[in-house]
Design a protein around this ligand. Sequence first.
Ligand SMILES: Nc1ncnc2c1ncn2[C@@H]1O[C@H](COP(=O)(O)OP(=O)(O)OP(=O)(O)O)[C@@H](O)[C@H]1O
Ligand SMILES: [Mg+2]
Length: 392
Amino acid sequence: MAMTKQSLTEVVSKVPGPDGCPLSESGVLLGASVCDGMVKVRVRAHAGWDEGVMSRVASSVREAVARYAATEHAALVSCVTEFVGNDGNTLKAFRFGGAAASGTSPRAGHTPIPGLDDKSNPLAGVRHIIAVGAGKGGVGKSTIALNLAVGLARRGLSVGLLDADIYGPSMPTMLGLGTHDAIVHQGMLQPFFTHGVKCMTIGKLVDPDKPLIWRGPMAHGAFTQLAEQTQWGELDYLVIDLPPGTGDVSLTMAQTLSLTGAVVVCTPQKVAQDDAVRAARMFEALKVPVLGVVENMSCFVGDDGKVYDIFGRGGAKKMSERLGVPFLGEVPITMSLREHSDRGDPTANFTGTHEAGKRLGKALEELVSSCEAQVALATMKRGGQKPTLTIS
Ligand SMILES: Nc1ncnc2c1ncn2[C@@H]1O[C@H](COP(=O)(O)OP(=O)(O)OP(=O)(O)O)[C@@H](O)[C@H]1O
Ligand SMILES: [Mg+2]
């Protein structure tokens, strides 16, 4: 039997915190996830919690998880408990290795997470890197990248979002980073933490009204600094929002990072598809597997739920078939999505209650599931572990 996210969350929620209250009742449990026997638990640390307190909580979590794994006869490869502060930055993380699975030792020793303590490679703790691109501008790359990141984080995964559009960063607005200032600690940029996602954007490091003109080598430097000098810590996913086109940033990214794959965004129109084909070909040429194609703006859904195929629908699906890559789903145009993007509240895209909002939430959840499935397949093709299929 395999561990499921739902049961794992139930198990972890009952673990007593330092005050004896279950973690869920104290409101400090941020999420729990499991993939291929690797368990990840995120806890918000209270101001007074020192390392000893966090270590005791991590041990209790590990013991509860080991007991649960043993009952299910499930393999437990590792159990990571990550403590984050009120500003969302990781304070401390405790990893119990495979020895924890036996459940024989009351407290296995902990080792630091690679990405946190290995200053030479701040991306060492990132499991999957997904780039979101398109040949064409304005088709919704940033929108899809952001909602993919938020959707993954809502599933209890640890997620980062890198706004790699160094020419026209959108994330400060879309994430509502207005009053937040960038913080540098020991020479490393500390990612912003909002909507459950760690994010970094050049838009918070430069004058927002100044045009950003980067030539080849400068673009290369700007991207690598953002990617490699941000303290990402341990992440399940890092989503990268690319600038439009097939230029310097994509090239640098493919040369410097080990990507799991790329998601290509396009709208139903022929012109967008032509550009998306070029983007897919570019990823192939750069040896980045294409995880699939998303059709954004596939139709317009009014608040009453009425559907209008204003751009003609289904073109991206046909294009994905032509390219021989998976179709990841379609996202409608809704007035709420545009409004939430402008006011920096992507979480609201998943919680809509009127017809259009419900439809949008469902479409985004389906997109997130398709991406997770394709990442699992891509990992397997690369020689990773077998994906775990969870049917719920
Ligand atoms: N499905 C949608 N429904 C409503 N509005 C949308 C949708 N997709 C994108 N938008 C809006 O369209 C605009 C362009 O989207 P976005 O910035 O994501 O595109 P982009 O491809 O990243 O653009 P660029 O090429 O400039 O980086 C934004 O204002 C966004 O809020
Ligand atoms: Mg964009």
